[in-house]
Design a protein around this ligand. Structure first.
Ligand SMILES: NC(=O)c1ccc[n+]([C@@H]2O[C@H](COP(=O)([O-])OP(=O)(O)OC[C@H]3O[C@@H](n4cnc5c(N)ncnc54)[C@H](OP(=O)(O)O)[C@@H]3O)[C@@H](O)[C@H]2O)c1
Length: 400
């Protein structure tokens, strides 16, 4: 008799996205047509207290024997945990991921992967040495919507891409929303600013369409010109970053391709609450693919070909469905009843990799995560944006 393998997760941190991820993780995979793997949560840790971890496990309806920890160090030693999901602020990812890797755990770490490329390289080196799986949690790459867009490109429907215009911006009214400057969106001590938090998605769309779709052997890193506007409230955090990229390609592949990636926490991709302005436009000689906001979780695509073909698609996020009284619990917007947030697809990918012995994610390997960190390092270098040395360091362990 064959039984479905179950992957045992530990959750490190109990904040906003940890809650949403874990709720998604514990949904029945059959609700999205997955029958090859199941997920369970065996432990959660909070840096503030054990009782916070207990409350978190209760809130996500984890199995009653899941263990709560009031220390990340003790949690990392739990022998029942196969893989750790890390959901602390970016500033802490290097220290936390290294803790878990050193303890022999596979790791799925939230975006932005680390503060800089050197830290990402070091984590990749340790994972390789210890034969562990390591993945940046760029969930968007695993959506059926993203797979569809990449397939339209590789099947040549719009011809060789000439350019990509990609934005991920939100009008967050930072002076009002983050008055004391301590929030992770604007706090330099937490690697705050638009670039690492929101800009990573503008770059994700550029890379997954223009770079990832090229044969691995011939892909080349892009050249970059960047501008950064600091957020006055806290100084060393950006309120906008604008990046122009040139991707070298052979003449047979269409020659060099361009991209513009923009991000802001001052103005929105689409004004007001509307979502009718495309956040991503992928343009080729035979047509264009448009993706509608928000770019991290789009629900609509439009393919427009020069022969007059128009294909519009609405993308549904599966879940237990109406009548289930289940809500994803993401921020203020809980989504419709029974609708998943969509973080389970990246969890399925991580679980599948572990079960098959794969060490890197299939739609973004570690080299690509490191390259994107290098681009963001260069954006900060050109824009003069420096974070405190204690969060840029390769030293370990460092108490932050
Ligand atoms: N994929 C997505 O859609 C998505 C969405 C939002 C955020 N994110 C990413 O997820 C990460 C966390 O974001 P979030 O919105 O969940 O943040 P959050 O609500 O502020 O939660 C962060 C958690 O990290 C822990 N933590 C440890 N040291 C901390 C410190 N010095 N300051 C603040 N928190 C600390 C805390 O949990 P304990 O007290 O339990 O230790 C805290 O609750 C970020 O890297 C962010 O970019 C991803």
């Amino acid at each position: 008799m064959s039984s479905t393998p179950t992957v045992r997760w530990g959750i490190l941190a109990t904040g906003g996205i940890a809650l949403t991820f874990t709720k998604d993780l514990l949904l029945d995979p059959a609700t999205r047509g997955v029958s090859s793997v199941k997920h369970t949560v065996v432990a959660a840790a909070s840096s503030s207290s054990k009782s916070r971890a207990e409350a978190f496990l209760k809130e996500v309806a984890a199995p009653s024997d899941a263990k709560a920890y009031g220390s990340y160090e003790e949690f990392a030693e739990d022998p029942n945990v196969d893989i750790v999901y890390i959901a602390t602020p970016h500033s802490h990812h290097y220290q936390n991921a290294r803790l878990c890797l050193e303890a022999g755990k596979h790791v799925l770490c939230e975006k932005a992967f680390t503060v800089n490329a050197a830290q990402a390289r070091k984590l990749a080196e340790i994972a390789k040495e210890k034969n562990l799986f390591l993945m940046e949690a760029v969930w968007t790459r695993y959506f059926p919507l993203s797979i569809y867009v990449r397939e339209q490109i590789t099947s040549g429907r719009i011809g060789h891409i000439a350019r990509v215009i990609s934005d991920n911006s939100m009008a967050l009214d930072p002076e009002k929303s983050f008055t004391d400057g301590k929030h992770r969106m604007v706090n330099p001590d937490l690697a705050g600013g638009a670039l690492l938090d929101l800009g990573i998605y503008a770059l994700t769309w550029v890379f997954q369409t223009l770079y990832h779709t090229q044969p691995e052997k011939t892909r080349q890193p892009p050249k970059l010109l960047a501008f950064v506007k600091p957020y006055r409230g806290t100084g060393n955090a950006d309120e906008h970053s604008t990046m122009i990229l040139n991707f070298p390609r052979s003449e047979e592949e269409g020659g060099d391709a361009h991209a513009v990636a923009t991000t802001s926490l001052r103005v929105a991709t689409s004004p007001g609450a509307s979502q009718d302005t495309p956040c991503v436009r992928i343009q080729g000689p035979k047509g264009e693919i448009q993706v509608f906001p928000p770019s991290f979780r789009p629900t609509k695509t439009k393919l427009i070909l020069s022969d007059g073909t128009i294909e519009e698609k609405d993308w549904v996020y599966p879940g237990p469905g109406k009548g289930s009284n289940w809500y994803s619990g993401f921020g203020d917007s809980q989504h419709s009843e029974g609708e998943g947030r969509g973080m389970f697809w990246e969890a399925d990918e991580a679980a599948e990799a572990i079960l098959t012995g794969r060490k890197e994610a299939k739609f973004e390997n570690l080299d690509e995560s490191i390259l994107i960190m290098e681009i963001m390092d260069e954006v900060r270098r050109q824009g003069g944006l420096e974070y405190p040395s204690k969060i840029e360091t390769l030293d370990y362990p460092v108490q932050l």
